[in-house]
Design a protein. Structure first.
Length: 208
């Protein structure tokens, strides 16, 4: 006849605790704490590569309507006569005025008594300018050729490089290891003072 052995209650409690601890430990191996996410460092704002663009020579641009415009520049100033070729209205020419302020392009060409081309744009970091042009006498969309986009075909030259931004000043205290050591004390001389440098001894009045 088989006998059933009953475990004491204390033994059952200890065994149950050990099993539970084993299960919790095994679950912890698979779950674990989520890895810390690294936050990307934000780059410092960069200063513009050039504070003033210009050109000493002939500047040329290509318009989206087919015109090629050329005129002379003296540094940042547009001057002389502008010539337009290849457009719908045939060759044109007229005085040009304006120029570049920093990296902003703004100039005008008087093509005729009733046509003034207004050109605006900006210079990219590669020296090429891009912008738009419209006729001051014809609102945009009211006539053919009243508006066009343009891109320079000649790169501009940086005449004044931008001043680099100063390095940030740290207000953190200097670690003791990087501080300058205090000056060493002057050596003390133990040599006797020569008689010539000794102070004479004063004597009192003679005793009567």
């Amino acid at each position: 006849m088989n006998r059933v052995i009953h475990m004491p209650a204390a033994v059952k409690k200890v065994a149950g605790t050990a099993v539970a601890a084993t299960v919790i430990t095994a679950v912890g191996l698979f779950t674990g704490s989520p890895p810390a996410q690294a936050h990307p460092m934000l780059p410092f704002p960069l200063a513009p590569a050039c504070s003033q663009w210009g050109l000493n020579g002939v500047f040329s641009l290509q318009q989206s309507n087919g015109d090629t415009v050329r005129f002379t520049m003296n540094g940042p100033v547009a001057s002389g006569t502008a010539h337009a070729t290849g457009g719908l209205n045939g060759p044109l020419q007229g005085p040009v005025s304006g120029g570049i302020q920093g990296d902003k392009f703004d100039f005008k060409v008087t093509w005729g008594a009733n046509s003034v081309g207004d050109y605006t744009g900006s210079v990219g970091s590669d020296g090429f300018a891009h912008g738009d042009t419209s006729d001051e006498w014809q609102p945009i969309g009211d006539g053919p050729g009243s508006y066009a986009h343009w891109d320079s075909t000649v790169p501009l030259v940086c005449s004044t490089p931008a001043t680099p931004s100063p390095a940030p000043v740290s207000h953190q205290p200097v670690p003791p290891a990087l501080q300058a050591p205090p000056p060493a004390p002057a050596p003390v001389s133990h040599q006797p003072v020569p008689p010539a440098l000794q102070q004479p001894m004063t004597t009192g009045p003679p005793t009567p």
